[in-house]
Design a protein around this ligand. Structure first.
Ligand code: AFP
Length: 315
């Protein structure tokens, strides 16, 4: 599809036109556009944020910043009237919420504001969205039809895939998302690594994998924000992000439904891989909205290497 957009017109391909040219079906195009527009409202909220704790705890027992709650409310209200969304599940909601009549096609998952604990440091944070056709329970590979994330950093960027490649857009001064990178492709092997969890809590096999990367001269890039950390691997076209199983938390920290499935969908569409160490993230059955699992995601070489080191203990 990229050959259809000559360089001098590429800067004016906005999100709607791109999805139309890519053949994304109408309702899905409108839903993705609706969510992208909501990112502008969330960004406005971040810029007026009062950074006070909302005094609430989400189902994971984490303090919720006012921003988490308000970002979730903005998203839910926007989707409620989209006409395409039957159910909404969010990291900030205790359970799945029916927000349509029940006849709508899509089920949307959201981490409305991932990395909110970084707001006071002015580091980049993000919104992560998964769009499923039909039921949410099951394997992502069978249910997911699209995924996107919005990064609130020096620029507001949006990366989406509807199953026809992974593409990046930048929000310009006119408030339009314009194409910046089409069909992002990861190299077989990268040179950056992003490591979650504390070294003292890593398993011996994970530590051996990290030591391998260090010996190979990989550069450490870790902000503590899943969205910018993943975005760095994608936009630098290679490398690996991992938040592993820890000695006391064998399932790691990150949530399968809200964080890992959307990123795995985007990364696979860009020629990368995402695994929990044993199986592809998109092949893991979702049994509970709070399900967590370890993640190794990025270039095929590094993800394959991680599996090798982790299998050593499994044999
Ligand atoms: P917050 O949303 O509480 O800031 O957590 C962010 C996050 O879920 C994810 O964005 C990061 O990859 C991960 O936590 C960082 O975890 P550590 O603080 O343990 O490194």
């Amino acid at each position: 599809m990229g050959e259809g957009i000559s360089d001098y017109t590429k800067f004016c391909v906005d999100l709607r036109r791109h999805m139309w040219m890519a053949g994304v079906e109408t309702e899905l195009r409108r839903l993705i556009w609706q969510i992208a527009v909501t990112g502008k409202y969330i960004s406005a909220k971040i810029h007026e944020s009062n950074r006070k704790l909302a005094g609430f705890k989400n189902i994971f027992g984490e303090e919720q910043l006012a921003l988490d709650k308000s970002s979730d409310a903005i998203l839910k209200n926007q989707l409620q009237f989209s006409g395409f969304v039957r159910e909404y599940a969010s990291e900030e909601q205790d359970q799945i919420v029916q927000i349509g009549t029940g006849a709508e096609k899509y089920f949307v998952t959201a981490d409305p504001l991932d990395g909110s604990s970084l707001v006071d440091t002015n580091l980049a944070i993000g919104t992560i969205i998964g769009i499923h056709n039909g039921a949410m329970y099951g394997k992502g590979r069978d249910t997911m039809v699209a995924a996107l994330y919005i990064t609130y950093g020096p620029l507001i960027t949006m990366v989406y895939s509807a199953g026809k490649g992974t593409h990046e857009f930048v929000l310009n001064r006119e408030g339009e998302y314009v194409l910046s990178q089409e069909n992002i492709r990861l190299k077989e092997k990268g040179d950056i690594y992003s490591l979650g969890g504390l070294r003292k809590d890593w398993t011996p096999e994970h530590l051996r994998f990290v030591e391998y990367l260090e010996d190979e001269g990989y550069k450490l890039r870790y902000s503590g924000g899943f969205v910018p950390d993943i975005n760095q691997v994608l936009i630098k076209n290679g490398g690996i992000f991992t938040y592993p199983a820890l000695k006391k938390s064998p399932h790691g920290k990150l949530r399968l439904l809200f964080e890992l499935l959307p990123m795995a969908f985007l990364m696979e569409q860009a020629g990368g891989e995402a695994t929990d160490g044993k199986q592809a993230i998109l092949d893991i059955s979702v049994e509970d909205i709070g399900q967590r699992c370890p993640i190794y995601i990025g270039s095929r070489f590094e993800v394959g290497k991680a599996r090798e080191f982790l299998e050593e203990v499994q044999t």
